[in-house]
Ligand binder design. Structure first.
Ligand code: NDP
Length: 337
């Protein structure tokens, strides 16, 4: 049984030495428990927060503890009447081959699901985030302009496709030409701008001639600087993530631009609202699952996944995620089905 634990807390960007691979015996389930075999592990930006012990909305991973993470698992042994050997379940068993569970929090997946990994992406946490953030907070209306960064990533690719279903003009932001082309050609964005371009602000303005009505905030940093002057009166900003800042070790250098932001929010009457998906919307999961399930079945939404083989590659893949190396929802295939 392989497991990857947090060896030390990163300062700035995580490094391979912050993780440690360990070998242990396969645990045995007690009364009422099941033994889970990890098939797929989800890697997500929030894990950077769990590696630090600063104040956050969730507790950090303790040093020497297994890294946390959403998983799709197969039940290998069951002493729990609710589960049978062979069941596929969605769980939160982290970066390891095997785990014991008392069944609490496990969700049974459809045994005939063609791509179980989608339960970690478009049909799971990241799809749910895109759906609720865009529809409930963003409130997009047909004809409006919506902007999202990480346009080819797990959340952004779904935001873009839902906004198109709702009849919006959809402008993506992504790192590099290849990702921008993919956003337009494969995911249906009307335009996609490379945030690494020197004239990013000008290109974004040219793609948003009617201003921006909804900015789905995934990144912060210089993308937000480019967006701010383009926001329309009564624009909505679902504040989902700030990945450009997750490795920051101090505040950015001045001048202090907070009053620029607050004045803009006031004069343009802009609504900016943060959300933590399961805390704020857990009660609406059923609604999401039904509608998204149908959209995926009808091929109105494409699942864009980046599957990396082998648990041992998880640290490098995670470090790459924070640098933009992933192409779609990042998932580790831990075992073959
Ligand atoms: P992605 O699949 O989009 O992967 C992360 C991407 O972020 C990278 O591929 C890269 O794309 C982009 N990125 C990294 N650094 C920068 C930077 N400095 N400037 C601009 N873009 C950058 O991740 P997810 O879709 O899983 O997550 C997207 C955001 O949503 C994250 O901020 C995450 O924390 C947040 N989130 C929030 C949730 C909530 O409940 N509030 C739930 C789930 C996710 P590129 O190469 O295109 O720049």
């Amino acid at each position: 049984n392989r497991r990857i634990v947090l060896a030390s807390r990163p300062h700035g960007q995580p490094k391979p030495e912050n993780f440690r691979l360990e070998q242990t015996d396969v645990p045995q389930p007690g009364d009422g428990e099941v033994l889970l075999r990890t098939m797929y592990l989800s890697l997500d930006p929030y894990m950077r927060g769990r590696m630090s012990d600063g104040p956050s909305y969730a507790d950090p991973v303790a040093i020497d503890d297994v890294m946390v993470g959403g998983t799709v698992c197969r039940v290998e042994k069951s002493n729990n009447e609710k589960f049978s050997q062979g069941d596929m379940v969605l769980g939160y068993s982290g970066w390891q081959d095997f785990a014991i569970s008392d069944g609490g929090g496990l969700v049974k997946l459809d045994a005939n699901m063609q791509r179980p990994s989608l339960a970690l992406g478009v049909l799971g946490m990241t799809g749910f985030t895109a759906y609720m953030g865009l529809l409930d907070i963003g409130q997009p209306k047909a004809g409006e302009t919506v902007v999202v960064a990480g346009a080819t990533g797990a959340v952004g690719s779904v935001v873009g496709q839902i906004a198109k279903i709702k009849g919006c003009r959809m402008v993506g932001v992504a790192g590099g030409e290849t990702k921008c082309r993919l956003a337009v050609d494969e995911l249906g964005f009307d335009a996609c701008i490379d945030h690494r371009a020197d004239d990013f602000d000008e290109q974004l303005a040219a793609a948003c001639t009617d201003g921006i009505d909804v900015y789905f905030e995934n990144v912060g940093g210089k993308v937000f600087d480019g967006v701010l002057p383009l926001l329309n009166t009564k624009a909505r900003i679902p504040l989902c993530g700030l990945i450009a800042h997750y490795n920051d070790t101090e505040l950015p250098p001045g001048p202090d631009r907070l009053s620029l932001l607050t004045r803009k929010l006031l004069t343009k009457r802009i609504r900016m609202q943060g959300f933590i998906i399961f805390d704020d919307y857990g009660h609406r999961y059923g609604e999401f699952a039904a509608e998204m399930g149908q959209w995926v079945k009808d091929k109105k939404i494409k699942a864009h996944e980046d599957i990396v083989e082998d648990l041992e590659n998880a640290p490098d893949a995670f470090i790459g995620l924070l640098e933009g190396q992933n192409q779609g929802k990042l998932v580790i295939r831990v075992a073959n089905e």
